[in-house]
Design a protein around this ligand. Structure first.
Ligand code: BGC
Length: 759
């Protein structure tokens, strides 16, 4: 069995890499498009050390990340001198054409620049936040949003987005949970692949695609206590099985770059972590694309306490395999002297330069450096009608019906007088969420605007308990917008308390006393600990996230039943801030949870252990029934067999609707303790009333592998339990598969796509 590369001594890795054939001889990476026009090795041979270092330098276009693509004369001189390889936070087809012109016409070698930005969930047409897109449980929606974002951003002169953010997040105190796909590595892998495809399209050289930067490699989401930038200290099994799969899936999908995480893993800051970057990512996974640091994270190696000087920080990052220094200027100041004094470092510098030049070639920049600067295209695509329509469709699909007691929803078209209460109902900036690129609040149709346009009798009260109660008393139904605004989630937005704010709870309780049918529209970018919202009479709760420019219309069509909600939670909603992290794929424990307080089991004493709303949860205006789970064979060999798992699902209610059929596995007896459930398939299925369709998933033996104690992926012999249902806590059918023999697999099971079909 091969030893884990993380355990291989670093000098051995470096020696192996340095004795490897030169990059150009290793063949074209998966993402590359053939382009015979430029001989990059020859170009490298002509570069001075200073010009080589320049390619590694990324500068910001404006001060403090404010967008400014018109540079100062001093900045332009740096470009002319070949001292900059890329810019971030710049935009605009015309100003970037001029900047590119300076690079290609006025620098000695004429190497084009790369222009980058965080285009995360839209550029001008802002889609739901990524956590909400994950709630569609439909990778096609994630791909479509990324495709449109790329179309708009590339028209504004951009080549490169710092997305997708694929960090698995199981601690909702961490504000960056909003940027990713939630808690599950399998769902997260599917969303990662979809976004890489959406951004990069079929060819990076096409003028309407962007290079993706999958971030933040490798366990940024495991920051201790949910505090942003805090270190992660997790086992290698947890790293490999939970945090890395979406990154691994993105590599297989051809992501052209990765970004390192700010934080440390097991005490070693990732940006200087050679075992993780050069060992695991480059050597073990064979990844040969660009690796960019996070914002000043090379310089931050000093604050982390692993480098005493900027020179040491530069050496650590270069040795670890970081190609581009985002804005800290450590490489700009330090690498030339280091490389000239040490041939091994010069070889690493050359490799880094080649990787960056290859990315520029693959983007088509050597062939035509101005193809991203068509102002007519820029004017035509921004907020195009079809982009807005897609933003609305995806927003509708992201909404999760969390509660619906007394069937308050959908509202009748003649619902009478509606009291709409809460400032979030008319908060356009919040609809845009974190990372809004060039999104504008005036592009947003808020819930208030859409509801007033759709319904005659709406009284809106932003704030003030008295006015809110008066409106509730006069109304036939109350819609209460609760939750968090855009500024509570995102980078550096970690909170120890993630319940509803006190004023919102008081307002809720007072409104409940009025006794009118109530709809809570729960907004925000994280799972909130809001136990007040469950178990109410005659109350519905819509999980409404931060839904982008078409928030209001998507919510109104859902309130009145034109859209039957079918989103599902991509992350657990806890009952209390102290009950996190808690993900559905718990290990079983020697004393499984038992709510009987007479027994000592793995639970809290002061509240139920089960979450408020579990992973995969989401209701519908119709109901669904399941048949039996069948397998096309009862046994498969560990070394390559496949099994097709099928289950019929019926719409047993009276409205058309969509069910998200979820397939989970468990390995009941293995060499290491296995999670009680692990997602291994999902499919969103539209069903007419009375209609039955059969959903099938085809899995290979490799989907059942585990990270064994020996440090390898093992498919072990024995039983695998398969479970299907509509949520992680609603298993409707089970079957058992037997694996014969054992086999070493080469990839994390959660990163391997599962084919599904619907008959
Ligand atoms: C964030 C990254 C982002 C970068 C550039 C950093 O602070 O962590 O996600 O890509 O800034 O904006």
């Amino acid at each position: 069995m091969p030893p884990s590369p993380l355990k291989v001594a670093l000098p051995a890795i470096l020696a192996a890499l340095l004795s490897a054939p030169p990059l150009a001889a290793q063949g074209t990476p998966a993402t590359a498009t053939a382009s015979a026009e430029i001989d990059l090795e020859a170009l490298l041979a002509r570069m001075t050390t200073a010009e080589k270092v320049g390619q590694l330098v990324q500068r910001m276009g404006g001060r403090q990340r404010a967008l400014n693509s018109r540079l100062t004369p001093e900045e332009l001189d740096l470009v002319r001198a070949g001292k900059v390889g890329s810019f971030l936070h710049v935009a605009g087809a015309e100003p970037l054409r001029e900047l590119q012109r300076v690079a290609v016409e006025e620098s000695r070698l004429g190497i084009p620049l790369l222009f980058a930005m965080d285009v995360v969930h839209g550029y001008r047409t802002i889609f739901p936040v990524p956590l909400a897109i994950a709630a569609t449980w439909d990778p096609a929606d994630a791909e479509s949003a990324a495709r449109i974002a790329a179309r708009e951003a590339s028209a504004a002169g951009l080549h490169w987005t710092f997305a997708p953010m694929v960090d698995v997040a199981r601690d909702p105190r961490w504000g960056r949970i909003v940027e990713g796909a939630g808690e599950d590595p399998f769902l997260g892998s599917a969303m990662a692949v979809a976004q890489v495809r959406g951004f990069q399209g079929a060819s990076l050289a096409a003028p309407d695609t962007l290079m993706a930067a999958t971030k933040h490699f490798g366990a940024y989401g495991a920051a201790e206590g949910g505090r942003d930038y805090a270190g992660a200290d997790i086992s290698e099994r947890t790293l490999r099985e939970t945090y890395l799969p979406p990154f691994e899936a993105a590599a297989a999908a051809g992501t052209a770059s990765y970004m390192t995480a700010f934080n440390a893993l097991g005490g070693v800051p990732v940006t200087g972590n050679a075992a993780l970057l050069r060992g695991l990512l480059r050597y073990e996974w064979g990844y040969d694309g660009v690796l960019v640091s996070d914002w000043r994270s090379i310089d931050e190696l000093i604050a982390h306490g692993v480098a005493g000087t900027r020179t040491e920080a530069a050496r650590l990052a270069l040795e670890a395999g970081v190609d581009i220094d985002m804005v800290s200027d450590v490489y700009a100041e330090e690498v030339a002297a280091l490389a000239e004094a040490d041939p091994a470092l010069m070889a690493l510098l050359d490799e880094a330069v080649l990787r960056i030049l290859r990315a520029k070639r693959d983007l088509g920049l050597f062939a035509d450096p101005f193809q991203y600067h068509d102002t007519a295209r820029e004017a035509a695509v921004m907020l195009a009608a079809e982009h807005r329509a897609e933003a609305r469709r995806i927003a509708e699909r992201a909404i999760v019906l969390l509660e619906n007691s007394g069937k308050v929803l959908p509202l009748a078209k003649d619902a009478g007088k509606i009291a709409l209460i809460g400032a979030l109902a008319d908060d356009a900036p919040s609809a845009l969420g974190s990372w809004k690129a060039r999104g504008l609040p005036e592009d947003v149709v808020t819930l208030r605007a859409a509801l007033e346009a759709a319904h005659p009798g709406v009284t809106y009260v932003a704030e003030g308990v008295d006015a809110a109660l008066a409106a509730a008393i006069a109304a036939d139904v109350v819609i209460l917008a609760l939750g968090e605004d855009f500024d509570r989630t995102g980078e550096a937005r970690s909170f120890a308390e993630i319940g509803l704010p006190r004023e919102q709870k008081e307002l809720l309780f007072k409104v409940l006393e009025v006794g009118k049918p109530l709809v809570v529209v729960l907004m925000g970018g994280r799972p909130l600990a809001a136990p007040e919202l469950s178990g109410l009479d005659e109350a519905a709760v819509l999980g409404a996230w931060l839904l982008g420019v078409e928030s209001g219309p998507a919510l109104v069509s859902t309130l009145f039943g034109d859209n039957n909600p079918a989103g599902r939670l991509p992350a657990t909603f806890p009952r209390a801030s102290g009950a996190v992290p808690f993900a559905y794929d718990q290990l079983p424990s020697g004393r499984p949870a038992d709510e009987d307080l007479a027994n000592d089991t793995v639970r809290w004493r002061d509240q139920p252990t089960l979450p408020l709303w579990p992973f995969g949860h989401g209701l519908s205006y119709t109901t669904f029934g399941y048949g039996e789970l069948t397998l096309d064979r009862a046994n498969i060999p560990a070394n390559g067999g496949t099994v097709t798992v099928s289950i019929p699902v019926t719409n047993t209610g009276e409205r058309p609707g969509e069910e998200v059929v979820q397939l989970y596995m468990r390995d009941p007896v293995a060499s290491v303790s296995r999670p009680v459930k692990q997602l291994r398939g999902f499919r969103r299925v539209p069903l007419q009333p009375g209609e039955t369709r059969t959903v099938s998933f085809t899995l290979s033996a490799a989907h059942f592998a585990l990270w064994a104690q020996a440090g390898a992926w093992m498919v072990e012999p024995g039983a695998i339990e398969l479970m299907a249902g509509g949520a992680s806590d609603r298993i409707e059918a089970r079957a058992t598969l037997t694996i014969e023999g054992e086999h070493v697999s080469d990839r994390s099971p959660a990163s391997i796509p599962v084919e599904s079909s619907v008959d």
